[in-house]
Design a protein around this ligand. Structure first.
Ligand code: DUC
Ligand code: ZN
Ligand code: ZN
Length: 461
């Protein structure tokens, strides 16, 4: 690869912004300085007036996932292409373990597909379904293979019992793993759902009402209580409610290694969307909550109590969403977001809601730290992969699905105005996206093995 120099831009880190030139050789950042003089064989990329950011790391996606009677619309190719177009250069996908399957087997099964398709680098979390017959011990083998994070669901037919959740939390401490949890109270969801359907209350508004704020908050508190009792680290995915946020803050103030992720859909929309004609397109779980929760999430981001922002990207086609137009239980749960997260968070920075450094911290740097890939990803630093995004703070974009790069036929982000936009994306120094055009290659993305995870305090070193 020719040497590349990114010249004259403003580099954004999780702690500040400064003017600097970046030298990239053999896929890595090898030097950062000022006023680099021309060598003779390098390509110079003029970044004057632009910001240079680390590519985002989306810690939460469901690509080609069998769910809700179908398969989520984006596979590893279209999902990672869409990611690249929005400045995301590493994607974590959730692997759903089959019953009886060991964790290394589940990993091999999905990696065989991702390896052929991904256009940006990727890693995995392993979804836990079955730990019987010694399968729990194979968690350690997955850690050794570079996948030290596991997810348990407290809801859905593939959710685990409280006992299994506790067992894997206990195991995680021993083997250097982190347990992520989808926290909602399953019994309550089932009870409300049955009641509303019996009463003929079938619109998408009742999806929201069947999972009211406390249904998530109560489950967050239970999950935190178990993690605290073991002093095990815990990562709450897609936190959307204030009660849970308060419980996370309290646990962190007490010194426990409890971490929370939220998603852009919870930051930009409120439960009012479930009253719209297209409400079913917003159906995801946990559902989008009210304004009080939304404010608490922004506050959590600004105060550092929310550690990461990720998408929960899990799109379905309009025709599939329509299955539930007369019965909310038939709507496949999930929305697209992989291309929108970084532009949205950076736009919020550009509008003054957060700092640019905060956007970089929660979308890239913290994700790399928490999941054990900060030796290669998550920051513009010498020695790390040259996953670089050039951002134009003056380019304004109104999101339209026809300009997105995934396989989905609609987006909940349609019409949302974004102030400033990523204009070029480099994956390990290779240009893969520029000014609306995609240049990446199917299969060019590589699996990134993560280091074992030992989080003993709420601080990320
Ligand atoms: N929630 C969703 O909305 N989709 C995918 C899985 C999940 O937990
Ligand atoms: Zn979930
Ligand atoms: Zn999810």
């Amino acid at each position: 690869m020719t040497k590349k120099v990114f010249k004259g831009g403003t580099i954004v880190t999780s702690t500040g912004m400064y003017k600097g030139d970046i030298l990239v050789e053999n896929e890595k950042i090898t030097e950062i300085g000022t006023n680099f003089k021309p060598w003779k064989d390098e390509e110079v990329i003029d970044c004057k007036g632009k910001y240079i950011l680390p590519g985002a790391i989306d810690a939460h996606t469901h690509l080609a996932m069998p769910f809700g009677g179908t398969i989520s619309t984006d596979d590893y190719e279209s999902g990672t292409r869409s990611a690249a177009a929005g400045g995301t250069t590493t994607v974590f996908d959730f692997i759903m373990q089959d019953t009886g399957e060991t964790f290394p087997d589940a990993l091999a099964r999905r990696d065989a597909i991702a390896r052929e398709q991904a256009v940006v680098d990727y890693s995995f979390h392993l979804g836990v379904k079955d730990v019987s017959n010694g399968i729990i011990d194979t968690m350690e083998d997955a850690v050794k293979l570079g996948v030290p994070s596991f997810k348990v669901f407290m809801v859905y037919d593939f959710g685990v019992t409280d006992g299994v959740f506790y067992q894997v939390l206990e195991k995680s401490k021993e083997i250097g793993a982190l347990i992520a949890v989808h926290a909602e109270n399953n019994e309550m969801v089932n009870m409300f759902t049955k009641k509303f359907i019996a009463e003929g209350k079938t619109s998408a508004w009742y999806h929201y009402l069947s999972r009211p704020e406390f249904v998530e908050g109560e489950a967050d508190k239970r999950a935190i209580a178990w993690a605290k009792s073991l002093n095990a680290p815990l990562y709450i995915v897609h936190l959307a409610n204030k009660e849970g946020m308060d419980a996370v803050i309290q646990a962190r103030d007490e010194g426990y290694p409890i971490f929370a992720e939220t998603c852009p859909q919870y930051l930009n929309f409120t439960s009012d969307v479930y009253k719209r004609d297209d409400a079913r397109n917003f159906v995801c779980s946990p559902p989008i909550k009210g304004k009080v929760s939304q404010d608490a999430l922004w506050d959590g981001i600004n105060k550092g109590d929310i550690t990461t922002v990720a998408t929960d990207h899990c799109p379905f086609l309009l025709s599939e969403k329509d299955w539930g137009k007369d019965n909310f239980t038939k709507i496949p749960n999930g929305c697209a977001g992989i291309e929108n997260m970084y532009p949205y968070m950076l736009s919020q920075a550009n509008k003054g809601k957060i700092t640019f450094s905060k956007a970089v911290e929660v979308c890239a740097t913290n994700v790399a730290k928490i999941f054990g890939l900060d030796h290669v990803k998550g920051a513009i630093e010498v020695g790390r992969d040259a996953d670089i995004v050039i951002y134009d703070p003056k380019k304004n974009v109104t999101i339209e699905n026809r300009n997105m790069h995934g396989n989905t036929d609609h987006t909940i982000w349609e019409g949302v105005k974004i102030k400033g936009y990523p204009v070029a994306t480099y994956s390990r120094g290779n240009l893969i996206f520029k000014d609306g055009e995609f240049f990446g290659d199917k299969g060019a993305g590589k699996f990134v093995p993560c280091k074992p995870i030992k989080l003993t305090s709420p601080e990320l070193y």
